[in-house]
Design a protein around this ligand. Structure first.
Ligand SMILES: [Zn+2]
Length: 231
């Protein structure tokens, strides 16, 4: 697989974007975790303030171990922030905390792309488990229909990465608006820093989607190539 030029053709854009996103995250997260916000609020305080302002007092905020492990859990209605974000009064912490609060607001607003994403999660998890078996099973059995069924199952994951894009972009847009409207991030250079932190996170989701589309196209190319070999 790895010596196939076709594989690299489809995989390269996603891989390159992934490296680019990672380098931007490392650079900007570190840089702006050293820059204090005017408000002096920690990530946890920022999230609490923004949630309360929207009447979401019942959404809990907890710490969670690990770097970049921050997330909103819609089932438990809990916002979990990494230690670094929870306790630090920095531009990075404010940006990440507000982004996660943005997901809680999406949930409260019944934001449609988020509903679609939540709806397809169990489907995608099941498809991810069986897709490789079905795809390679199709090849072993020499059954083209089964192989294509495997590709469609892989496609569920691709669809998930695509639906993730509007959800993430919207959470970051909400974060930026709220942080500036509430006077938590004010100075021009801090707002620029905020944009870089949120932008770096957005690139990782774009890289994920491009990788998923690339992988899917690669499988399609294999399936079509094997058909040519047989006839
Ligand atoms: Zn997010």
């Amino acid at each position: 697989m790895f010596e196939s030029p076709l594989f690299w053709l489809f995989a390269a854009p996603g891989l390159l974007l992934g490296f680019y996103a990672q380098s931007r995250i490392k650079l900007n997260y570190m840089k702006y975790s050293q820059v204090a916000t005017a408000s002096g609020m920690t990530g946890a305080e920022v999230a609490r303030h923004l949630l309360d302002a929207k009447g979401l007092r019942d959404v809990r905020i907890e710490t969670t171990p690990g770097m970049l492990s921050d997330h909103y859990d819609p089932r438990g209605r809990v916002l979990r922030l990494s230690q670094e974000v929870y306790y630090t009064p920095s531009v990075t912490a404010a940006g990440i905390a507000a982004h996660e609060a943005g997901h809680a607001l999406q949930d409260a607003d019944d934001y449609f792309p988020m509903q679609v994403r939540s709806f397809i999660v169990p489907l995608v998890q099941l498809a991810a488990k069986i897709a490789p078996w079905v795809f390679f099973g199709g090849f072993v059995l020499g059954n083209e229909g089964v192989a294509w069924a495997g590709i469609i199952l892989f496609g569920a994951q691709t669809l998930f990465t695509l639906v993730t894009l509007p959800v993430e972009f919207d959470a970051s847009a909400r974060a930026r608006n709220l942080l500036t409207a509430h006077g938590i991030v004010t100075q021009k250079e801090n707002i620029e820093g905020l944009d870089k932190v949120l932008g770096a996170a957005a690139w990782t989701y774009v890289a994920g989607a491009v990788s998923a589309v690339g992988s899917l196209l690669y499988l399609v190319a294999i399936a079509i190539g094997s058909r040519r070999e047989r006839y």
